[in-house]
Design a protein around this ligand. Structure first.
Ligand code: NAG
Ligand code: NAG
Ligand code: NAG
Ligand code: NAG
Ligand code: NAG
Length: 774
């Protein structure tokens, strides 16, 4: 009897499973966002989510359970589940739902990450006049690819006990258990459901092989980092001092992160192919509850970014910032105008620049001419060899033109063997430069010179090689064309300090304007992101340190600075912290000239670097800050068209969009001012809060660098403060004075002695105003 019961049970189970599979094949993962968290108890929230799910699964509780991936309940409300388009539509109409969106993939903001096999270290930061010893109380959450806990960068030697009130945990998994956390690495979690659901989906459809490059890849189902990116970013922001950090002997020396005594909590959401919304939101939800002070994410959506409340990073960061947590992220690596991402005004969005160190390889031609190119290859040629243009080494069906790019199988072994090849790289192409060197090597080549406009990023080539710009490339080509037996020799890469003006904005760093809300300037600031040495996961390339480039590397530099500000000014709001970083940034390079932009070397503007290059020596004493509160963000959301229903769910209060303090997003109390459609005259009011020395009456005077064709009047021109946290308003009135097309740039500076509070001014005269012959 018992056995027949068992059979029935098994039969039922199979039915349910089959039903489940049919759901899976036509379903996608969706995130259902339901606004801010309310006082409901977590079990009740879970039950309500299952009820919502059951109601679109014809009442089936089993199916509801099977389709459910995550419930978000600490930082905000919502859930992730597998749904058909139709079911998603039904849920979107239910009361309490703000948005329903597909589980999209986000990418790490490392340029050509596959090209880089190494680690990065960073210059130390001592700030005169302030003690930053309280950084031991600052907890930074990294949403990234996990961590390599054995790295010396995360040693807990001499660190005090874990701060009281920390509620995070050390989650064990493959090659990772509770013993891997310590007083430095105080928390580690991982999020796999959103990624696995997508992976399963793709395999079931039989379309896409998920892990397209299994070579060298080992994924640990745990917080352990198999990619290197998470270890690199965490050590850049908060790594301990490591005495002998270097990459293959290059860039030797001691290095540490910006806040080496701050605590690290890791939220691994990024896997081989990227990071999914459902997992990112789960990480934010936990980080908010765990008690982190800062969230750092070196990843983002592809441009153009979607609306704020159907984008996991915008949603998660909104609720984090509402609770006083500062969120720092990267602007992206697409490089082109308008490609900036992570556009929400509550995020600090970081662009990338060079530092004053370059990795160059010397190239000597047979005629004695010495040139240099960019490279991280420590290999060198023992003697000179014939150099040819790759176009004449074409093999098989490839045309000379195709072969000039040194594409896979395009080179003829007989023609290539023993030679140095001059190869081309298509502008903004995603082809791997490392792979090109491997192709030349496989075809018997002994060296490669790669002609590319983006000479700035150094690459760890597989053979002696160097990247040169078009001008130098043409010089070499003309030597080849006009010489009977042209030869060349490529030497190994060396680290060179101070050979070029620095910082320069990197060519890959994504640029403004803000594609979603042009009234908000993005990026906010710039920080080093080119050829950065930091800790690495030995799971890749068996190296402890690596050199990487990307806005991914710029973001944790700012994260480290935020940790120092939090150590000294723990009560400052995320907006005040951000303002301090922005108003003290510099638009000049170290030689005092306006910062330039690679590769052309044109003069930079606020769309390249926001307020400018961060200056950690002045951030702790900004004098004045532009602060913004929850009420300001409500007004901002109303000003960009959010309706009352959504707004009330997001904020969980009785906010209405009537009687808000402002109606245009230009008026958000932001540390930069953008007027994207100036029609003859426009005014904004900003509020400054005094955070300087209250011992004496402090007078600030306004100085304006006028944007071309625009007159900016500041009233009053003088602000007098006599107590800490005192606020003062000023109004900036913009008037057109002469026709100009496109965006024009200037700045406002509040000056008191040597202290300066700088605010970028960005204006575009409305095209219809130009026609009116104004
Ligand atoms: C949100 O969740 C947290 C922890 O889960 C709780 O302490 C807090 O009271 C909730 N917020 C509201 C507004 O109920
Ligand atoms: C945790 O990992 C360490 C190092 O791999 C190992 O020695 C230890 O036995 C593990 N502990 C548990 C409880 O699994
Ligand atoms: C490679 O080049 C040699 C010499 O020009 C030629 O004989 C041979 O057929 C070529 N091989 C292929 C595969 O193109
Ligand atoms: C070198 O020769 C090639 C083909 O013979 C030609 O296309 C190219 O323009 C020449 N380049 C220079 C810099 O002389
Ligand atoms: C500054 O302006 C805000 C509204 O924009 C107003 O609420 C506040 O009272 C003003 N503060 C001062 C000191 O005038």
């Amino acid at each position: 009897m018992g056995s027949s019961n068992n059979n029935i049970f098994i039969g039922l189970f199979i039915c349910v499973s089959l039903a489940h599979i049919t759901i899976l094949t036509s379903a996608k993962v969706y995130v259902v966002y339901m606004g801010g968290n309310d006082s409901d108890d977590p079990d009740e929230i879970l039950m309500k989510n299952h009820q919502m799910l059951a109601s679109v699964h014809s009442g089936s509780v089993e199916e509801a359970h099977a389709s459910h991936l995550y419930t978000y309940k600490h930082g905000f409300r919502g859930f992730a589940a597998k749904l058909t388009d139709d079911q998603a539509l039904q849920i979107a109409k239910m009361p309490g739902v703000v948005s329903v969106f597909e589980n999209k993939i986000r990418r790490l903001h490392t340029t050509h990450s596959w090209d880089f096999i190494g680690l990065v270290g960073e210059e130390t930061m001592e700030i005169p006049g302030f003690s930053t010893k309280d950084q031991v109380n600052v907890i930074i959450g990294f949403i990234d690819t996990g961590i390599w806990p054995e790295s010396a960068s995360f040693s807990d030697t001499d660190m005090p006990p874990v701060p009281a009130g920390w509620r995070g945990k050390c989650q064990s998994g493959e090659a990772f258990n509770i013993t891997h956390c310590n007083r430095k690495l105080i928390g580690a979690r991982y999020y796999l459901s959103g990624y696995e659901a997508e992976k399963q989906e793709k395999l079931e459809n039989g379309k896409v092989e998920y892990d397209d490059d299994p070579k060298n890849k080992r994924s640990f189902q745990s917080p352990r980092d198999s990619n290197g990116h998470g270890t690199h970013t965490a050590s850049t922001a908060a790594g301990r001092y490591v005495m002998d950090m270097n990459y293959k002997g290059l860039a030797r020396g001691g290095a540490r992160g910006g806040a080496p005594m701050a605590r690290v909590a890791v939220y691994k959401t990024c896997w081989d192919s990227g990071c999914y919304d459902a997992d990112i939101l789960a990480a934010f939800d936990d980080a908010v509850r765990d008690g982190v002070h800062i969230v750092s994410l070196s990843l983002g959506p592809d441009a153009p970014q979607g609306d704020y409340f159907s984008d996991a990073i915008s949603i998660g960061s909104f609720h984090a910032v509402s609770r006083g947590i500062t969120v720092v992220s990267s602007v992206g690596n697409e490089g082109t105008k308008g490609s900036a991402t992570n556009l929400a005004p509550w995020i600090i969005t970081v662009a990338a620049t060079s530092i004053d160190r370059e990795f160059t390889a010397k190239v000597v031609l047979g005629n004695g001419v010495k040139l240099k190119g960019e490279s991280l290859s420590v290999l060198q040629m023992r003697s000179s060899a014939r150099i040819i243009s790759a176009s004449i080494a074409n093999g098989g069906y490839f045309t000379p033109y195709q072969s000039s790019y040194c594409l896979e199988s395009s080179l003829n072994y007989t023609k290539t063997r023993g030679k140095v090849l001059l190869c081309r790289h298509a502008e903004r192409s995603s082809e791997s430069k490392v792979t090109k060197s491997e192709i030349v090597k496989a075809a018997g080549g002994v060296g490669m010179i790669l002609v590319d406009e983006n000479v700035d990023v150094a690459i760890p080539f597989a053979i002696p090689a160097a990247i040169v710009g078009r001008k130098v490339g043409n010089r070499i080509l003309s030597y080849i064309n006009n010489t009977r037996r042209p030869t060349s020799r490529i030497y190994s890469s060396e680290a060179v300090l101070g050979s070029q003006p620095a910082p320069r904005v990197s060519s890959f760093s994504s640029k403004g304007p803000n594609g979603l809300t042009p009234e908000i300037l993005k990026p906010d600031v710039a920080a080093p992101g080119l050829n950065i040495l930091a800790a690495w996961s030995p799971a890749i390339g068996q190296m402890k340190y690596n050199i990487l480039s990307g806005t991914s590397m710029a973001c944790p530099h700012v994260t480290g600075i935020v940790a120092l500000i939090k150590a000294v000014h723990p009560s400052w709001s995320p907006s005040a912290v951000k303002s301090a970083i922005m108003t003290t940034a510099s638009i000049f390079d170290k030689s005092g000239k306006p910062m330039r932009v690679d590769p052309e070397g044109r003069r930079g503007n606020a769309f390249d670097y926001g307020s400018g290059f961060v200056d950690p020596t002045t951030v702790l004493d900004p004098g004045l800050v532009y602060d913004a509160m929850a009420t300001d963000y409500k007004a901002f959301l109303c000003s960009i068209g959010y309706d009352e229903k959504s707004l009330r769910l997001i904020t969980r209060d009785q906010t209405t969009c009537e009687n808000q303090p402002f109606t245009t997003p230009s008026s958000l109390n932001y540390p930069s001012i953008v007027v994207p459609n100036l029609k003859s005259r426009f005014s904004v009011t900003r509020t400054l809060t005094f955070v300087g020395n209250p011992q004496q009456r402090t007078v600030y005077r306004a100085v304006v660098a006028q944007p071309r064709g625009v007159e900016v009047d500041i009233t009053p021109r003088r602000l007098v403060f006599d107590r800490y946290s005192q606020t003062m308003n000023f109004t900036a009135t913009f008037k057109t004075t002469a026709p100009s097309r496109g965006y024009v740039f200037g700045y406002l500076q509040w000056k008191n002695g040597k202290s300066r509070v700088t605010t970028p001014l960005v204006v575009r005269i409305d095209p219809s105003d130009l026609g009116s012959g104004m």
